[in-house]
Design a protein around this ligand. Sequence first.
Ligand code: AMP
Length: 441
Amino acid sequence: MGFTKFGLSDQILQGVLAAGYATPTPIQSLAIQPALEGKDIIGCAQTGTGKTAAFVLPLLHRLVTGNPIPAHHKHPRALVLTPTRELAQQVQDAVSTYGRFLPFRAIAIYGGVNIEKQLKLLSRGIDIVIATPGRLLDHMQRKTIDLTRIQVAVLDEADRMLDMGFIDDVRKIIRAIPTERQTMLFSATISAEINMLAANILRNPQTVTVGRRSIPVETITQHFYSAFRESKIELLVHTLEAEKMESVLVFSRTKHGADKISHRLGRKGISSVALHSNRTQGQRQRALEGFKQGRFRVLVATDIAARGIDVDGISHVINYDVPHHAKDYVHRIGRTGRMGAAGDAITFVADDERKHMNSIEKFTGQKFSVKPYPGFTPIRRDGAPGQAATPHREGFHTPGSNFRNQGDKRKKKPRFEYGRKRKPVTKFESYSSDKSGSAWG
Ligand code: AMP
């Protein structure tokens, strides 16, 4: 049976149908019913499982049936907190989609954009607020928002919210909303810290879990290729071409690195754009939209910027560098293989990154082997073809495989000079180094 079994209001059902969903996903099957009964929920699910609808549908239903306060009342009745602006925007899109036959108004409130527009929208009356903690607190301090009539509160991606240091902000916000409310907390991982937060803000919650978070999604094939740090860009270009990759998310650990990779791809005629927290909100939105619409073949993102990105059809995730935290690896590769689709995750491993790979193996309980990329001859710093970082079997580091230990005294001069005169590339969006935007409202 599809969504009819839940007893959602007709307008919501129509919204779900219009979104093209026929069958609830596992997290939806588990969470929607108890949420409709008014229970507090702890939802353990990663992005890509359909978790947004799992809380948005019951939230809308409650607003339809729960209270006679008219739509667009001065006081919002539902609040969703998200760690990043992108996620806030995505949740707002989901609310607009599922609630398209309802009279409710929703607003996404986040930093990095002009506050005046938000003030105008707020003054017109709003039913649902989706916000990052920083900007919401800003509005609360200005008294431009009144949260005293909130009936449903959702914490989306709570683990990330804690990772990003929002715990005090979240607590402050929760203290400002009525204790008589329904609360739902969604998180990819349930740590002791999350449990503590949940114990403080939820009442007799029902816990629903889908999948084991630390294990990457089964439909994703994981590849590890050995690489010299200095020839990773050539390996990237080679990989993009050899596998005819169309919609590729490349991860860089640093913002500067993301810019650099994107520039270099541009110089090779590969349309790409960088997404990270030093970009203004407008730039970030354009980057994401351009990638979604296929104007950019490659999106080069940092971990925080990519968190929660919901882009259908990412065929490949490439880790240009090995993430230092195993959790980030799982988040990264989860951007492909969404909703059960097949996907490929590729990681370039330099010798000095083996230790991070070992932590990934420990975290995921999987063993990986690092191989040379077929048909690619890595170029060493001195320009000579070289043997890439030593392949290792079954994920174990071979003592002495680090080329620095092999008497290699090459100078640390990069093969590519950043800022070298380059040919103009049309399909490439270049951004100035604008530091005005912060990643999280
Ligand atoms: P989420 O995990 O909420 O980010 O959702 C991931 C993707 O799954 C989004 O593109 C949703 O539109 C899509 N989705 C959510 N629920 C369903 C469903 N029941 N059937 C098909 N697609 C869905």
